[in-house]
Design a protein. Structure first.
Length: 647
């Protein structure tokens, strides 16, 4: 947010107090902001919508958005997520993802703003008024997309209901996920018509193009979800679909092939509109020394003023006076995260060959500098290795040391592969001090990736636009533009990548390399988990070991004190690293064997593709008998507090 918006939001924080955490349809009245005294000026509308901005961005005392890929095959945190343990993820007693808090407040805004606008009762500039109403539709679409990803089928609610249990029970009936996705796209189409083209307020507010990008994301998500989860309980009408057990959905049927085609077409149209309008930021191909901090592509992810970059559509601004973040400090230390070996090995050589291909020139991974040599420049730019500069100033001498794999959890380099994406290069922000580096929320390169994937999945070939977008991404990262070089050299049996699977089966090499491109371009940007879910790329996960850097070949020699190794592995009573006998690669979840649910690796239950609905909601949406509730539980989850996945 700009400084002006920050001030405005702080002064009017009272608006946020209208939000209450009710367990059912959040039915307390919005008595703090009434249409009789509010929604009368464009300023009222502007303040209300900005107070509802809730996008992933940097915060205090963590590495910010660069840690959002933890718990996937891309990144690891000190403690494994319960979603990878057998019987650890449980149905909550109350709360959870099933809530209508934000939806109700957004609906309240849309209803009252539309009514007053229709009666010409809002003062101010007409284009601005329309824009803020468009923000309301965007925010509702964004919130509903979160529900779609978490829960699938969900009630479609456009009203603010009275405190009447009968009305609320009726309103809580779930609608099939394809209808929810169509509703989201409907809202985004309205927002596209109403919103101004960017940049809006220094790219700190929503614009038409951001709505187009989100539309492409939603449509691609649903189209691929329905394709890869077809003929399962996770799609409407599929075998075991729980919606069929409710009278209001009994006999529901849908032509999924038609739906998939619709969503993929929408994804192509929306992503093309963005990709054609916003060129990629230039990579100067400076990947080493202090020059990297002036490389436009690198600096885009850390700058304090991100509005200057063509690829940036929306970002969050910070201020030393109002709000700061701790991202720079944690990037310097390791931040309680780390890339995985799987991610590191997915990056190509600059000649376009996978590392295992004959003639690739891969130097191995005994040292981090070898691992990074002659690779895709995204790996060179966004992975820290010993000797890298940490100080962008001409006279600064602070450099990267060997990864601090023995530090406390919140600061350690969990895997030995330290994130460099987002590093600003100012040591004054290290050592616990807060920084004001921006937080990038939407960027145009995603549209390039969305188009490529949607085009191939829909048509089983790449049209001229898809080919051009892919070549542009490859050239920007220092690779040979011809992606066929990579496709022809790909051996899926040698790829350690969950995304080479859908439905537990290997996909074709072209589609795999499209997914590889997405993985490498969006490194440390928090999109991996949702991609893996929509691709149904987790069915085959069984005792999968997360691995980090090659510790035991040579780098172990760098962890000594007074000539004595600081590394301790079992059977030592106080181990701090995994033993060489298990693997030469550091395994962050195989350090301690006792009482360790993840010692034998990650395992995945089918239920975990969606979140469970907490038990209390089944009581609230019934007359006290959960079995007669108007809502139904997600596939393979029980209606039982504390219950675990059935399958």
């Amino acid at each position: 947010m700009t400084i002006k918006i920050i001030k405005r939001t702080i002064l009017l924080l009272a608006i946020l107090t209208i939000v209450s955490c009710n367990d059912f349809l959040d039915r307390e009245p919005l008595d703090k902001v009434t249409p009789e005294v509010y929604f009368r000026s464009e300023q009222d509308l502007s303040t209300y919508t900005i107070s509802l901005y809730d996008f992933p961005s940097h915060g205090s005392w963590n590495i910010g958005t660069f840690g959002y890929d933890n718990g996937t095959d891309n990144q690891a945190s000190p403690t494994a997520s319960e979603k990878w343990g057998t019987g650890l993820w449980r149905v909550e007693t109350n709360e959870g993802a099933w809530d209508f808090n934000r939806i109700r407040n957004i609906n309240y805004f849309i209803i009252n703003a539309e009514q007053r606008y229709g009666k010409k009762e809002i003062s101010g500039n007409d284009a601005n008024i329309r824009h803020y109403i468009g923000e309301g539709y965007f925010l509702r679409a964004y919130e509903y997309f979160n529900k779609l990803k978490d829960l699938g089928d969900f009630p479609i609610i456009k009203e603010v209901f009275p405190d009447d249990k009968k009305i609320l029970m009726e309103a809580s009936k779930r609608r099939p996920r394809n209808e929810v996705a169509r509703f989201i796209i409907e809202d985004l189409n309205k927002s596209i018509q109403l919103l101004k083209s960017g940049p809006v307020e220094n790219k700190n507010r929503i614009s038409k193009e951001i709505a187009q990008l989100l539309k492409s994301r939603v449509a691609l998500y649903e189209g691929t979800w329905e394709k890869y989860h077809n003929n399962t309980a996770f799609v409407p009408g599929g075998p075991g679909w729980p919606g069929a057990g409710k009278d209001y959905l009994a006999g529901y049927s849908v032509n999924l092939d038609s739906e998939i085609n619709y969503f993929l077409s929408e994804a192509m149209d929306a992503s093309k509109a963005v990709a054609e309008a916003f060129p990629l930021v230039t990579n100067t191909h400076e990947t080493a020394g202090k020059a990297v901090f002036n490389n436009t592509y690198f600096k885009m992810f850390s700058d304090q003023m991100m509005s200057q970059y063509s690829e940036v559509l929306f970002w969050r601004q910070y201020s030393s006076q109002f709000i700061t973040n701790s991202t720079q400090n944690y990037l310097n230390t390791g931040g309680g995260t780390g890339y995985t070996r799987s991610l590191m090995e997915s990056f190509l050589m600059k000649n376009g060959l996978p590392i295992y291909a004959a003639g690739s020139g891969y130097k191995g991974d005994q040292e981090l500098t070898d691992l990074r040599a002659d690779r895709d420049e995204r790996l060179q730019l966004f992975l820290q290795v010993p000797g890298d500069d940490l100080d962008a100033s001409p006279t600064g001498s602070k450099i990267v040391d060997y990864p601090n794999i023995l530090d406390i959890n919140e600061s350690k380099s969990v895997t030995g592969y330290k994130i460099k994406k987002g590093l600003y290069g100012d040591p004054s922000y290290y050592g616990g001090n807060t920084s004001i580096s921006g937080s990038l929320i939407f960027r145009a390169s995603e549209a390039y990736l969305n188009y490529i994937e949607a085009c191939y999945v829909k048509n089983q070939n790449l049209d001229g636009n898809a080919s051009s977008y892919w070549q542009q991404l490859r050239k920007r990262s220092g690779l040979m533009a011809d992606y066929n070089i990579t496709i022809n050299a790909t051996d899926l049996s040698q790829e350690n990548d969950w995304a080479k699977y859908s439905r537990g089966q290997l996909i074709d090499k072209t589609l795999y390399n499209i997914r590889r491109e997405r993985r490498n371009e969006l490194i440390a940007e928090g999109m991996r988990w949702e991609d893996l879910k929509r691709w149904r790329a987790l069915d085959q996960i069984n005792n999968y070991q997360i691995e980090g850097f090659n510790l035991w070949s040579s780098m172990y020699k760098n962890y000594t004190k007074n000539g004595v190794s600081r590394l301790r592995a079992e059977p030592d009573a106080d181990p701090n690293v995994s033993p060489k006998s298990n693997s030469i690669y550091l395994r962050p979840y195989q350090i301690i064997s006792q009482n360790n649910n993840y010692y034998n690796g990650y395992n995945f239950a089918q239920a975990h593709y969606l979140k469970p609905i907490a038990y209390q909601h089944f009581l609230l949406a019934s007359d006290g008998d959960p079995a007669k509730s108007t809502i139904y539980q997600n596939p393979y989850w029980p209606i039982q507090a504390g219950g675990t996945a059935i399958k």
